[in-house]
Design a protein around this ligand. Structure first.
Ligand SMILES: *Cc1c(COP(=O)(O)O)cnc(C)c1O
Length: 382
């Protein structure tokens, strides 16, 4: 059913499903949480928390086909996917090596919760394999990273990490939320496990909370067992909405790639803008690796304003179309300041040292007309 012969634009619409004559074109929503079962057996029990009801199974097959994975599991949120996905890999006594450039929720999970479960974690600078190699231990079981990373949109080269993971028998886990499978398919570059917050690009309309874990069928079965007992399953309606949102993933992301490139180009060299973080720009240090590894540069970008925090606040207050909102990946263009969201727990000095000075603005570019977005920015910056 995985139809790998079709391109991704076709698979987002048809992957994993082909209705027969008389069947509806749109997957029906089956909201029932209870199913009549065969008498005298516990085989094949269906229940939403088990991840095996029709709307979950439909969208899981489609997602597996998009990433080129054997299997996929949809969970109630991206954090649910991260927690269950990692708990299916790590046991007490194990060690996790994780990039330090990751989502704030993932940082808290790894730094605060995992040590309590007897899982130790070391955070490393993810550029190049030397840092990773330096912190390897006999107990290390997995490498975890995000690419592009939040919020500075660094693109991490998977090549050296794939060799390190393969040589040491480690699982290479990639949170690919920022890229979506349209722009980057980590399994084609040696990742063993791919995780997404489906809340972002996969659904794309800011109206569903969800997460996905992808990998081999036996690994995904272990994640499902974790999901069942930790209660991280999605509601059937969330799965139905996710499948509906996915159908336009390719057209949305293509448009977001074009818009982000137009905005990044316009912002570079603009008076008042000190720096633009977007790997699509030929001057960006990650441009070459992004060109080799990705099919598109993505809809996320960031920029530093010369006037610092005061200038950022002024800009955000003066924008009329582009709104200040923290999530990402939807059809609406939004901006946010990491100093008030993901990096609020750090001091201004620590943020500046991490490359996120006050005046740093993150932007999730939507599908509007680029010239309207530019006019909004122009009006607010001048
Ligand atoms: C949003 C996000 C998450 C968490 O997803 P939720 O759906 O909010 O639980 C994890 N990783 C990345 C990169 C994200 O952007």
């Amino acid at each position: 059913m995985n139809q790998p012969k079709h391109s991704i634009a076709t698979r987002v619409v048809h992957g994993g499903h082909s209705p027969a004559a008389g069947e509806p074109v749109v997957t029906p929503l089956v909201q029932s949480v209870n199913y009549v079962e065969e008498v005298g057996t516990s085989e094949g029990l269906r229940y939403p928390r088990y991840g095996n009801v029709p709307n979950a199974e439909h969208v899981q097959r489609r997602l597996a086909s998009l990433e080129g994975a054997e299997a996929a599991l949809v969970l109630g949120s991206g954090m649910g996917a991260l927690a269950c996905g990692m708990l299916a890999l790590l046991r007490p006594g194990d060690h996790l090596l994780a990039s330090e450039w990751i989502y704030g929720g993932a940082l808290r999970l790894f730094a605060e919760e995992f040590p309590r479960l007897g899982i130790s974690v070391t955070l490393v600078d993810p550029t190049g394999s030397r840092e990773w190699r330096k912190h390897l231990r006999r107990e290390t079981r997995a490498l975890f990273l995000e690419s592009p990373s939040n919020p500075a949109c660094h693109v991490i080269d998977l090549g050296p990490l794939r060799r390190l993971a393969a040589g040491q028998g480690l699982a290479l886990v990639v949170d690919s939320t920022f890229a979506s499978p349209v722009n980057f398919r980590p399994m084609e570059h040696g990742a063993d496990v791919v995780i997404h917050s489906a809340t972002k690009y996969l659904n794309g309309h800011n109206d569903v909370l969800g997460g996905v874990v992808l990998g081999t069928a036996s690994y995904v079965e272990e994640v499902r067992q974790k999901m069942m007992v930790w209660g991280q399953a999605p509601d059937p309606f969330a799965c139905w909405l996710l499948e509906r949102g996915l159908k336009t993933l390719d057209v949305r992301v293509q448009r977001q790639n074009e818009n982000a490139m137009a905005l990044a180009t316009w912002l570079s060299g603009r008076k008042g803008v000190a720096r633009v973080h977007y790997a699509g720009l030929p001057t960006h240090p990650d441009h070459e690796i992004a060109r080799q590894q990705m099919s598109g540069f993505g809809g996320m970008l960031a920029f530093d304003l010369e006037g610092g925090g005061v200038a950022a606040e002024r800009l955000l207050k003066r924008l009329t179309l582009i709104r200040n909102a923290p999530s990402l990946g939807g059809v609406d263009t939004i901006v946010s300041e990491p100093r008030y969201t993901s990096h609020a727990h750090m001091s201004a000095e620590a943020r500046a040292a991490a490359g996120i000075p006050d005046g740093f603005v993150r932007m999730s570019v939507g599908v509007e007309e680029a010239s309207d977005l530019i006019a909004d920015l122009e009006g607010a910056l001048s």
